[in-house]
Design a protein around this ligand. Structure first.
Ligand code: NAD
Length: 485
């Protein structure tokens, strides 16, 4: 645990950035920002009016003209400076992330580091955004170049207040696009700090814009705006479908990173205690509010009992508390909606015959704390087995036959992450070939990494963030055919 002093960092007054100017905007509504660990009101988020959104979109169009013509080397220098500014402010950004989202400070601090590093990584990809020289007829130069698509409208959620907006900011800006970001109204200080650093690093006015407000009204307005050429959203499947429909109206491409319900299959040959500890640690990270969190755990019947015992032991040993307390390992749920949703899912499962082995209840006192919960005998049609739980809830079920487990894993319309545990290479092969998911991990539960693409299949979305594909959604290929006369 790194040393830090939360008292040194005040929670900031939230502002919008429109056309290079920090402003309260001209909207009349505001949203309260709550500390989910204490219930304290941290501040208010000002809402952008439709006129503010028009100004932001027009500024993004203007900014795009300058930024898209800025050579990648110069773009890289600005973004590298922004990275340094973010790292200078890392403690402050992480403290305020913990205040507004709840995750333990150490996790918030490493998220800030990772977000800053993504800028460097995506600039490196921009330096490799190669076109093609295509062999053709005599007297022709035939080639392709990859150009930035244009101003981007981006929508990021509250569970990774730095990581999620930065995936969009870094890829768009490294590509030469401008961006209007609507970050979560529940975690605005983190997004504002990232945008402050980008702005202070020297981006031309209008290249990065930050707005808040009523999410549905903002996305409908921005995506329909003629200046906006592409939309990117991370969040739930129903909202992703709405964004896709809105973008389709203007034939604008989208990048969608939506929910999942990650299956885990633990084969009979794997050490049950090791698998249980590994999966439980990942399951309860960020209080389970991670789109790739293991959430349907299937264990071979031969090792089911020792696995469950070790999983419950790990869950019960976790220390819940305010993320600003140095020894907290799990913070509160990020908002009252998640608390209610998790309670309803558990009640539904229990009503259908599930047994709660540990947890199952909210913790008395202030804040949205919920005990890490393990259930067995949860029917496959219980709500928590078909809806993304997005909370500290682990249903564990036995299986007898690997093909049957893979079929159960693939039965839902989601396909974001999936996990397998086995020491047998043929079993591993059946798992990674058989499981329908955009991200497959064998013998570990590590999440997304900058080096590789992240994204889903089926209703979990399309497009990829990260790795060598990080910029693909933000670049368009232009074919040039030049006849020599
Ligand atoms: P939600 O579906 O209302 O919102 C999810 C996110 O989308 C929020 O950040 C919200 O501000 C934003 N949003 C909502 N409607 C929007 C719209 N019309 N246009 C643009 N943005 C919009 O639900 P929630 O209560 O915030 O979260 C519930 C569920 O969302 C979770 O159970 C989980 O399934 C999913 N979720 C997924 C991720 C992820 O990383 N993929 C992150 C957060 C939430």
């Amino acid at each position: 645990m790194s040393e830090f002093n939360a008292d040194r960092h005040a929670y900031p007054e939230i502002r919008l950035l429109i056309g290079g100017r920090w402003t309260r905007g001209t909207g009349t509504a505001t949203t309260e920002i709550e500390n989910p660990a204490t219930g304290e009101v941290l501040g208010m988020v000002p809402h952008a009016s439709p006129a503010d959104l028009d100004t932001a979109a027009a500024a993004a169009a203007e900014g795009f003209r300058a930024w898209s013509r800025t050579p990648v080397s110069a773009r890289g220098r600005v973004l590298e400076k922004a990275r340094a500014l973010i790292l200078d402010r890392a403690e402050e950004i992480a403290v305020n992330m913990t205040r507004e989202q709840g995750k333990p400070f150490a996790q918030a601090r490493s998220e800030v580091q990772s977000a800053a590093d993504r800028l460097r990584r995506d600039v490196a990809e921009a330096q490799r955004a190669y076109g093609q020289v295509i062999p053709y007829e005599a007297d022709f130069h035939l080639f392709t170049v990859r150009e930035p698509i244009g101003p981007v409208a981006a929508f990021s959620p509250w569970n990774f207040p730095a990581g999620s907006p930065m995936r969009k900011l870094a890829a768009a800006l490294a590509s030469g696009c401008s961006i209007v970001l609507k970050a979560s109204e529940e975690t605005p200080a983190t997004a504002m700090a990232l945008v402050e650093c980008l702005h202070a690093a020297g981006l031309p006015d209008g290249v990065v814009n930050l707005v808040f407000g009523e999410p549905a009204a903002i996305s409908a307005h921005l995506i329909a705006h003629p200046a906006i050429r592409m939309a990117t959203f991370t969040g739930s499947v129903p909202v992703g479908k709405l964004i896709a429909r809105q973008a389709a109206e203007g034939v604008k491409p989208c990048l969608l990173e939506l929910g999942g319900h990650a299956p885990v299959i633990v084969a009979a040959d794997f050490d049950p205690a090791l698998a249980a500890r590994t999966i439980a640690k990942s399951k309860f990270t960020n209080a389970g509010q991670v789109c790739t969190a293991p959430s349907r755990i299937m264990v071979h019947e031969a090792i089911f009992d020792p696995f469950v015992a070790a999983f419950v032991e790990t869950a019960q040993a976790l220390r819940l508390g305010n993320g600003l307390d140095a020894d907290s390992q799990v913070g509160p749920l990020a908002n009252a909606r998640r608390l209610a949703a998790v309670e309803e899912m558990i009640a539904d499962a229990v009503a259908r015959g599930a047994r709660v082995l540990c947890g199952g209840e909210r913790i008395d006192g202030p804040g949205h704390f919920f005990a890490p919960t393990v259930l067995v005998e949860v029917p496959e049609d219980a709500r928590m087995m078909v809806e993304e739980p997005f909370g500290p809830v682990a249903p564990i079920a036995p299986f007898a036959d690997l093909d049957e487990a893979i079929a159960r894993a693939n039965a839902l319309p989601y396909g974001l992450a999936a996990y397998g545990f086995t020491r047998d290479s043929r079993t591993a092969d059946r798992l990674w070939r058989g499981l329908e998911a955009g991200m497959l991990s064998i013998n570990h539960t590590g999440g997304s990494v900058h080096e590789a693409p992240t994204g889903g299949v089926k209703e979990s979305g399309y497009g990829r963030e990260g790795g060598s594909m990080a910029l693909d959604s933000y670049l368009v290929t232009k074919r040039v055919s030049h006849r020599l006369v």
